[in-house]
Design a binder for this molecule. Structure first.
Ligand code: PGA
Length: 255
């Protein structure tokens, strides 16, 4: 079990209109009041639902995340959303470098690094995603890929920023597939990431940083994942779209 405060984040991807999102957020709010004393909860609805969810969770202590952003404050960037706009919409966090953005929308490590710096500059906590594909795992390149993504994405951040940041290890082969990494597989990568950051940003930052696991997290596998020393929470996709399954994950029993 980790010593850091657990964080359970729901990534709603491209699901839920504003009214559907507000309804789900209210149901979640009702169910997490007690849990928030010892656990953090963050919801990441689509851009168009941010404001409705911000209103639904106002004053509850639940965090609000966007799923992406542009690094500039404003400009001629059709279709993009800036950190200032996310703050204004009520966001506390922003997911950066999700594998779907990397694979489908050309997101690069360098882009993630620029966005992570911009997030901090505007008072948003980045949730930076890293993780290997199935081919990379099968050719024993998991650590090399995770090392490259982590180092490049966090380049330029101070030790204090690394301490405050959230990383999410999401093996691409486990996302939306129902194939979860075993607790031992996840723990191995989480511990590796923490050692990397110990070397690059110092022990206090590495010890404070929260590393979430993501990829087919469900009510029946969360407890065994959370029992690992370096797993500090979860980034949940599919199972975060229903209050019942998300609340069960938030309330995982302690080992
Ligand atoms: P999943 O998605 O829980 O549906 O596998 C996780 C994610 O993409 O963050």
């Amino acid at each position: 079990m980790s010593l850091r405060r657990p964080l359970i984040a729901g990534n709603w991807k491209m699901y839920k209109t504003a009214s559907e999102a507000a309804l789900l957020a209210r149901e979640i709010r009702q169910g997490v009041e007690e849990a928030l004393r010892e656990r953090d909860v963050v919801l990441a609805p689509p851009f168009t639902s941010l404001r409705a969810v911000a209103e639904a969770v106002r004053g509850s202590g639940i965090g609000l995340a966007a799923q992406n952003m542009h690094h500039e404050v404003e400009g001629a960037f059709t279709g993009e959303i800036s950190p200032v706009m996310l703050k204004d919409a009520g966001c506390s966090h922003v997911i950066l470098g999700h594998s779907e953005r990397r694979q489908l929308f050309g997101e690069t490590d360098e882009g993630v690094a620029r966005k992570a710096q911009a997030a901090f500059a505007h008072g948003l906590t980045p949730i930076v995603c890293v993780g290997e594909t199935l081919t990379e795992r099968e050719s024993s390149r998991t650590m090399e890929v995770v090392e490259r993504q982590t180092e490049r994405a966090l380049r330029g951040l101070t030790a204090d920023q690394v301490a405050a940041l959230v990383l999410a290890y999401e093996p691409v082969w486990a996302i939306g597939t129902g194939k979860v990494a075993t607790p031992a597989q996840a723990q191995e990568v989480h511990a590796f990431i923490r050692r990397l950051l110990d070397r690059s940003h110092g022990e206090p930052a590495a010890a404070a940083l929260r590393i979430l696991y993501g990829g087919s997290v469900k009510p029946d596998n969360i407890a065994s994942l959370m029992a690992q020393a370096d797993i500090d929470g979860a980034l949940v996709g599919g199972a975060s779209l229903k209050a019942d399954s998300f609340l069960q994950i938030v309330h995982y029993p302690k080992a």
